[in-house]
Design a protein around this ligand. Structure first.
Ligand SMILES: [Cu+2]
Length: 239
């Protein structure tokens, strides 16, 4: 009986300790013999479009038009897909901290439409002479929500945890943008030809995610060897 009680007490202590310890933070340092991942993200199916019908502020926002739901080049490369490694405990340093990342409202579009940032500050800017109401969500939960009635207005906010943040405008229902908040510096955004490079990866096995707002995420294993490139072609499909 006494032993059982002891075990129970011990379990309670272990449980309390487990809860109190936060997830391990990324540890930045020098990378010896790092490899790199060279890849291309492709979409081989027909490109769907949506009809955008601005119902106000058309002098700034433009008129009715069809827009592709995924930007695919002539060689099937996908622009603005985000690729990142998950659960990397340690590796290269973060890029030098420069200007605070910005999300601009410009001609009723988010500029950039897709970006990757480290958890931390973000400035939301209105370049237009009309009201925007910029609203960011982690899933269904509001991350920030702000009215920007004036041209040139800049409001600082913060995205404090890793995850995908969808950006809407409560004044213009068709506006949409994406911010991917990462917890390690191993990420890339594909260029117009669908290509990306992730450098200085410590040799080893990783889980890599490629994600686009239209297709959703695709996760796969990747092995990186010292001092040489790993080549990948990643085909996104509508899920
Ligand atoms: Cu707007």
């Amino acid at each position: 009986m006494k032993r059982l009680i002891l075990i129970a007490e011990f379990s309670a202590i272990v449980l309390a300790w487990t809860i109190a310890v936060p997830a391990r933070a990324y540890e930045a340092g020098a990378v010896a013999g790092g490899g790199k991942i060279d890849g291309k993200v492709v979409f081989n199916d027909a490109v769907p479009t949506r009809k955008v019908i601005p119902n106000k502020d058309v002098e700034v926002c433009g008129g009715i038009r069809d827009e592709p739901l995924i930007e695919v080049g002539p060689d099937k490369g996908v622009q603005n897909a985000v690729v990142y490694l998950v659960e990397v405990a340690k590796g290269k340093a973060w890029p030098a901290a420069g200007k605070t990342p910005e999300l601009d409202n410009r001609k009723c579009r988010f500029e950039p439409e897709v970006q990757v940032i480290r958890a931390g500050p973000l400035d939301v800017v209105n370049d237009d002479p009309i009201l925007h109401n910029t609203h960011g969500y982690y899933g269904k939960r509001t991350a920030f929500n702000m009215a920007l009635p004036n041209q040139g207005q800049r409001i600082p906010t913060e995205l404090t945890r890793a995850g995908t943040v969808r950006i809407d405008c409560d004044a213009h229902g068709w506006m949409e943008g994406w911010i991917y908040v990462v917890d390690n510096p191993y990420y890339a955004i594909t260029s117009a030809d669908g290509k990306f490079t992730i450098t200085d990866v410590p040799p080893g096995n990783y889980s890599l995610v490629a994600i686009h707002s239209f297709t959703g995420p695709l996760q796969q294993s990747v092995t990186v060897a010292a001092g040489k490139p790993t080549n990948l072609t990643i085909e996104l499909k509508k899920q």
